[in-house]
Design a protein around this ligand. Structure first.
Ligand code: ATP
Length: 243
């Protein structure tokens, strides 16, 4: 892990041997008034979380398993929508050109999920704070306890370790967050399009809507061509999957 600290002098770096979830821990700290920039890494998570109350399963890391970390950052963008896409792009760009993004928060390899992103925000007085959690499968894992089959980075990069992956992702992530705070998602639309796993595919949404995915708009909302015309899906409550 030593490789990571010098990369990011403006953030403190903390490595925990075990925690329930790095997002849960940073949200707890934020609510207690700790709003400093921090990179928190867990060698083991016992209760990782996904969106909408779902689980993120992480095996013991060591040099394989799953890399789990969260970035806590004071942030007040004009518009928060699209932040998970900007973060996803930073993850994909720092790892491998074959990776794709599945709107709104997943990194996939072919038809399997390799990494998940969970963004939460806290308000304390006038201050706003973002907790950006990322879990990346480094080594192949068992699929039996998962809703969607997993992929692992070792399929593309056999020598990757949790620390080496962290050292690759963190600088691009830092840059992406800073740019997002200034410019929002808009300038990233073309870059997202090049990585968009769903584009042109038949999709089914958890609210029952079906159609063909047509990319995202300038705010990062998913565009779906349905029998009633083009609709935008921006609701965090909706899950979209290939039909
Ligand atoms: P959405 O597209 O709405 O985000 P999702 O199924 O990807 O849907 P998330 O909340 O992003 O949901 O992530 C949680 C899901 O990720 C779990 O329900 C599980 O199926 C899957 N999952 C959990 N741990 C892993 C893992 N280590 N590798 C791959 N997939 C995992």
């Amino acid at each position: 892990w030593e490789a990571v600290s010098p990369l990011w002098p403006t953030f403190s770096v903390e490595i925990l041997p075990e925690v329930d979830s790095t997002n849960t821990e940073l949200m707890r700290r934020a609510r207690a008034g700790q709003l400093d920039p921090i990179l928190l890494v867990a060698e083991r998570q016992t209760a990782g979380r996904g969106r909408l109350g779902r689980d993120w399963k992480s095996d013991t890391q060591g040099l394989g398993g799953t890399l789990t970390f969260s970035l806590g950052v004071p942030l007040a963008p004009a518009d928060w929508s699209g932040l998970s896409l900007a973060v996803g792009l930073a993850v994909v760009n720092s790892l491998h050109p074959d990776l794709r993004l599945k709107w709104p928060n997943d990194v996939w390899l072919e038809q399997r999920k390799l990494a998940g992103i969970l963004i939460e925000t806290a308000s304390v007085g006038d201050a706003r704070y973002a907790v950006i959690g990322i879990g990346i499968n480094i080594a192949p894992r068992d699929a039996t306890d998962l809703r969607t089959p997993p992929a692992a980075l070792h399929e593309l990069l056999p020598d990757a370790t949790a620390p080496s992956v962290l050292a690759s992702v963190v600088p691009l992530l830092a840059q992406a967050v800073q740019r997002f705070a200034l410019e929002g998602f808009g300038p990233l639309r073309t870059a997202f399009h090049a990585r968009d796993l769903l584009y042109g595919q038949a999709v089914v949404c958890s609210d029952g809507t079906t159609g063909t995915a047509r990319g995202v708009d300038a705010s990062g909302a998913l565009l779906v061509h349905t029998e009633n015309g083009l609709i935008k899906i921006s609701s965090a409550e909706v899950s979209v999957r290939p039909a």
